[in-house]
Design a protein around this ligand. Structure first.
Ligand code: PRP
Ligand code: MN
Ligand code: MG
Length: 181
């Protein structure tokens, strides 16, 4: 992270804080799905880190699949336009599906995704997100597992990007003003 650190303004969550919280949620998920096999559906690209960490923190078997949908072209604002860039490889009908996200901001991405996945008749569908912003409340999507509720600042790291960069930062932080100029 050394080179990236110079671009940061404030660290909101360290690598250790994130790992501890993900482990807590994994324990909850293990309990809630006891006797059932989960399909984790990661939303590319942002969810790669949380998928890797959550899946390995689980004690139970799980399967993993991926969807790529994009609501942000670039920059820091949601465009509100949701596109499927890559669909699941798995037929989820009859499966217990847990959608894994890095962040819920406006909730537009997820409200679209939940409608789309529910039409495929899964046995159950729940959502896990590492981070959630206040605006998510405007789109009534029920989120079963939330890592951290965060303020409405633009943050990067742990999968979250700014113009494709900073996903590989192990902490979650705000960017210094010079990055935007
Ligand atoms: C980001 C983030 C979520 C979504 C949340 O993805 O990873 O998937 O936006 O925003 P919303 O709640 O306002 O819809 P993005 O579209 O930037 O694609 P990425 O995961 O490839 O970065
Ligand atoms: Mn995303
Ligand atoms: Mg993004």
């Amino acid at each position: 992270d050394a080179q990236i650190s110079g671009d940061l303004s404030r660290v909101l969550f360290t690598k250790d804080q994130i790992a501890k919280r993900i482990a807590e949620l994994a324990a909850e998920i293990d309990t809630d799905y006891e006797g059932k096999e989960l399909l984790l559906v990661g939303v590319l690209n942002g969810a790669v880190m949380v998928m890797g960490d959550l899946s390995r923190a689980l004690k139970s078997h799980c399967q993993m699949d991926w969807m790529a949908i994009s609501s942000y072209g670039s920059g820091t604002q949601s465009s509100g336009v949701v596109r499927i860039l890559k669909d699941l490889n798995t037929d989820i009908s009859g499966m217990h599906v847990l959608v894994v996200e890095d962040i819920i901001d406006t909730g537009l991405t997820l409200s679209y995704l939940v409608g789309n996945l529910m039409s495929r008749n899964p046995a159950s569908l729940k959502i896990m997100t590492a981070f959630r912003k206040p605006d998510a409340a405007k789109n009534a999507v029920d989120v079963a597992y939330v890592g951290f509720d965060i303020p409405n600042d633009f943050v990067v790291g742990y999968g979250l990007d700014y113009n494709g960069r900073y996903r590989n930062l192990t902490s979650v932080a705000t960017l210094a003003p010079h990055v935007y100029s």
